[in-house]
Write a protein that binds this ligand. Structure first.
Ligand code: BTN
Length: 325
């Protein structure tokens, strides 16, 4: 009931009478009053005026189950939301839920991770209260060879959501880092479970540095947060919701062809290294060239003096000639 009351207050630009809430939920005035008090305890500023009712004055950056459910606007992404104050890893939790039969669109969100996973076996440091960590369960009927492209779809969704909510000039560092002012503010980890030769499920995990002010010395030159780079304090639940809305949109487009053909233009417009010189850290043979955008398969097109090369993600990193981007 709390999340529904919150939704009603949020959608109303005037007072909502206590009686109206009693009638809607078939409960007593005391029950409504208790629910309102519960919301206030969680940080919502709710004004109560006699003979008028309740009005939501402010919803600070509250991240919890009720908030996430009350702002949800998607069709299927986040159809089931599981919120945790602390969890080992949202990706791992989605794996567990998937193995127990959770549906496509299940979303796990956390305020802190104790065993956050990064790409290439790295750890994703996940402090409490400042960032948001979330993972989405997908059960697509697609060719497993085309699944890694979903990471680029997620990058587009995150990039657009952050751009919209913070107003920043958000860019993508191929294949899937989100950067503002040349610094990484998000990471994406996609994990796939295959049975025989079909996909049992895919987990798309996303971590956004939202308000974090301090970073470990070894990463502070390349990592940052939305607030540090823009001065804007963006709502974490809002970021999750908007990312899910964009994800649904881009995912439907991706599914039509199982590639990025209809998304290449948008992706290239956000590519931080577009038309810039890059160094491709290929373990076999590193090389330099000019980044010319991506292919429909999600490869990075790099023009060298001699030829045009297509770089697949995986073990290859790409850097700017003078730093991280
Ligand atoms: C990277 O190395 O850039 C990818 C980092 C991905 C981190 C996110 S946080 C939410 C989800 N759960 C995890 O354990 N990892 C991903």
């Amino acid at each position: 009931m709390k999340s529904q009351i919150l939704e009603i207050l949020r959608n109303s630009n005037t007072y909502v009478s206590g009686q109206e809430l009693c009638d809607k939920f078939g409960v007593s005035r005391t029950a409504v009053w208790k629910a309102i008090n519960g919301l206030k305890e969680q940080g919502y500023e709710i004004e109560a005026v006699q003979n008028k009712g309740y009005r939501l004055v402010a919803a600070p950056d509250v991240l919890n189950q009720i908030e996430l459910e009350s702002i949800r606007k998607t069709d299927w992404a986040g159809c089931e939301v599981h919120y945790y104050d602390t969890i080992d890893s949202t990706n791992t939790e989605v794996q567990r839920l998937a193995n127990a039969g959770a549906p496509h669109g299940t979303l796990v969100v956390a305020n802190q991770q104790t065993a956050g996973k990064g790409r290439r076996g790295r750890t994703w440091i996940s402090p409490t209260g400042v960032n948001v960590y979330f993972s989405l369960l997908l059960r697509p009927e697609i060719n497993p060879n085309n699944a890694s492209r979903l990471t680029l779809v997620a990058a587009l969704a995150l990039g657009n959501a952050i751009r919209e909510l913070s107003g920043a000039d958000v860019k993508i560092k191929w294949p899937n880092d989100i950067v503002i002012n040349g610094k990484k503010i998000c990471g994406i980890l996609t994990e796939m479970s295959i049975q025989e030769d079909y996909i049992s499920h895919i987990v798309v995990g996303m971590g956004i540095n939202v308000h974090q002010k301090e970073f470990a010395e070894e990463i502070q030159d390349m990592a940052s947060s939305i607030e540090l780079e823009t001065g804007e304090s963006v709502s974490r639940a809002g970021l999750v919701e908007r990312t899910m809305e964009y994800f649904e949109k881009f995912y439907e487009i991706y599914l039509q062809t199982e590639d990025l053909s209809a998304l290449v233009k948008l992706y290239n417009s956000m590519l931080v290294s577009m038309h810039n010189d890059v160094r491709v850290l290929d373990p076999k043979e590193p090389f330099e060239g000019k980044a010319m955008g991506i292919t429909a398969k999600g490869e990075l097109i790099v023009d060298t003096w001699e030829s045009r090369k297509l770089v697949s993600s995986g073990e290859v990193s790409v850097r700017g000639l003078y730093g991280y981007v």
